[in-house]
Each structure stands twice: as structure tokens, then as C-alpha cells.
Write a protein that binds this ligand. Structure first.
Ligand code: ATR
Length: 285
């Protein structure tokens, strides 16, 4: 049996054990995947992660509020993938085999990746929404945007507009990301306030945390899109309802959740997941 965990706080409602158990069934693997509660501080996170890997664990997912803590942890240990670096956050932990082979102690070989953004891109592709040459608008300028921007640009989109309630945060984010990555070109990204976002886009993505509140985004009447995506899931989303009423195709972020999980599973085990089939099976169960 190979052991996996998801570390979070709170963690009781995590869907990851169910999703990964289904992946294991799909690939004929014998795994255990548990929810791991952790007190909300960096020392406790370190203790939990070290105990897990010294106990023979193969891989761990990291969720709220530990993704940034995991980033700092891996930066000082076994390293970070390019996607984790740009995201400033880690959602997948594994051991860096190259370092272990060199005789580096296990605790110093824990490596961080981030599969959230690629999970989104894979889900959008599976919906057959066109990404190549797409004009994309993203609303938000927080951690969620950091996590998705590089995979979106790598997927071949034409332009991105980042709109945020606080415009200065969007401007700073673009400056920071274009400095940190050679793939992210400042010229390709516009910024504005959410209310100023106007015109026609192929895809609009809501990457704010507004779905958790009763607030509504101040969306312009002159804002249109063919496809609207909300990173949130599990509740009715006013953002999607707004664009559905205007004739757009819409999706919530449940497919992204499964997509990021599938990529973590593939990193850990080398087995590929049929995400469309897994999603159907999860919907049935
Ligand atoms: P996350 O990690 O989910 O991105 P975050 O870093 O706190 O969380 O960022 C939250 C994002 O949602 C921000 O873009 C925030 O806008 P501000 O930068 O102006 O704060 C946006 N957001 C949160 N609540 C909002 C609201 N009620 N109306 C509009 N935007 C909101």
C-alpha cells in the first residue's frame, strides 16, 4: 500500500480522499489517502510533513491555509517546480529522487509542485473551449490568479486582461509576474478595475473569493463573453448565472479540482488518469 495525505485546516470536508481513491481504482493501485489536520503554523506543518515522509509516505496534497507555507518549506528544502515558483504556492509534495540519489537526507529532499493552474487548463480543454489565441479576462489579483496565469499563457492564449476591485494590486501582480517569468510578457497583459472591464472576451474567469460572500461583482453591461468559468464550486454562483443569462457557456471549478488532483496523482505514481471518466464516476457515486 502506498500512503498519501492531504494537509489542511479545516480538512474534514476535503473531497481529495474520495477523488484519489477513485483514481487508484481506475489504475489498479493499492493506496491509502487520508485527511491530515494540522495546526495553523509553520512549525506544525514542518512536523506533520517530516513525520509523513519519514513514515514512508509517497506524496501529499496541501490545501488552505498551508499552500504558501509549503512553498517556503520546499524552497528551503528539495526545491520547487516552475509552476510552484510563479504561483508562490505549493499544492503537491513529493520526494526529489535526484537529491535522494545524491545522499541528501529525506527531510531536505521534499519537493513542491503546483498543479492547480494546469488542472484548470486541462479542464477548459476537456470542455472544448478554445484556448489557442483566446482573449481572456481574469477577475481578481490574489493567490488564485498567481496559480493560474502561467499555465494559461503557456496554453497559447492571445491576450489577458486582469481586472480587480483594487487596481493597484493587479498592476503590482503583473509587474511581479513578468519580472519572475520569461514566459509572462507585460505587453500581453492589461489591467483595469472590475467595473471598467468592458468589451467582448472569449473566456472570462472569476478568480476572486467573492463566491464565499454575499457580495456581487460590479460587472459592466458592456461586458460579454462566450465562455465564463468560476474557480469556485459547490454552490450557485451569481457570476456564472450572470453570463448564462447573456448566452454564454459556463462552468464552475469542480472539474479543475479533479484536474489538479489527477496531475498530482500522475506525478506521484506515473499512472495517467482519464479525467472525463473519473468525473463521470464521481458524479454517479
Ligand atoms: P485567493 O487566494 O482566493 O486569490 P486572496 O489572495 O485574498 O485570495 O484574493 C482575493 C481576491 O478576491 C482579490 O482579488 C480580492 O480583491 P481585492 O484585491 O480588491 O481585495 C477579491 N475579492 C474578495 N472579495 C471581494 C469582493 N467582495 N468584491 C470584489 N472582489 C473581491
Amino acid at each position: 500500500t502506498q500512503h498519501f495525505i492531504v494537509i489542511g485546516n479545516p480538512i474534514a470536508h476535503s473531497k481529495s480522499p474520495k477523488i484519489h481513491t477513485l483514481f487508484a481504482a481506475q489504475t489498479g493501485m493499492d493506496i491509502s489517502y487520508q485527511r491530515q489536520y494540522c495546526p495553523n503554523d509553520a512549525d506544525s506543518f514542518t512536523a506533520v510533513v517530516e513525520a509523513f515522509f519519514y513514515g514512508g509516505g509517497v506524496g501529499a496534497n496541501v490545501t488552505v491555509p498551508f499552500k504558501q507555507i509549503a512553498y517556503a518549506f520546499c524552497a528551503a528544502r528539495g526545491g520547487l517546480s516552475a509552476h510552484a515558483k510563479i504561483a508562490g504556492a505549493v499544492n503537491t509534495l513529493l520526494l526529489n529522487k535526484a537529491l535522494l540519489d545524491k545522499g541528501v537526507p529525506l527531510a531536505e529532499a521534499i519537493y513542491g509542485d503546483n498543479t492547480d493552474g494546469q488542472g484548470l487548463v486541462n479542464h477548459i480543454k476537456s470542455l472544448n473551449w478554445p484556448l489557442t489565441c483566446a482573449r481572456v479576462a481574469i477577475i481578481g489579483a490574489g493567490g488564485a490568479v498567481r496559480g493560474i496565469i502561467l499555465p494559461l499563457i503557456e496554453s497559447g492564449i492571445a491576450t489577458v486582461t486582469i481586472a480587480n476591485r483594487t487596481v493597484s494590486k493587479a498592476v503590482e501582480l503583473v509587474e511581479e509576474l513578468s519580472t519572475a517569468s520569461t514566459v509572462i510578457d507585460e505587453q500581453q497583459i492589461k489591467t483595469c478595475s472590475t467595473a471598467e472591464l468592458e468589451g467582448s472576451f472569449d473566456i472570462i474567469i472569476n478568480a476572486t473569493s467573492i463566491g464565499l460572500s454575499d457580495d456581487k461583482l460590479p460587472l459592466s453591461h458592456d461586458l460579454n463573453c462566450q465562455y465564463a468559468y468560476d474557480l469556485m464550486y459547490g454552490r450557485p454562483l451569481p457570476f456564472l448565472q450572470h453570463f448564462e443569462a447573456r448566452g454564454a457557456q459556463t462552468s464552475d471549478g469542480y472539474g479543475m479540482l479533479i484536474g489538479q488532483a489527477a496531475l498530482s496523482f500522475e506525478r506521484w505514481t506515473g499512472h495517467r488518469i482519464d479525467v472525463t471518466k473519473a468525473t463521470e464516476d464521481l458524479n454517479k457515486s
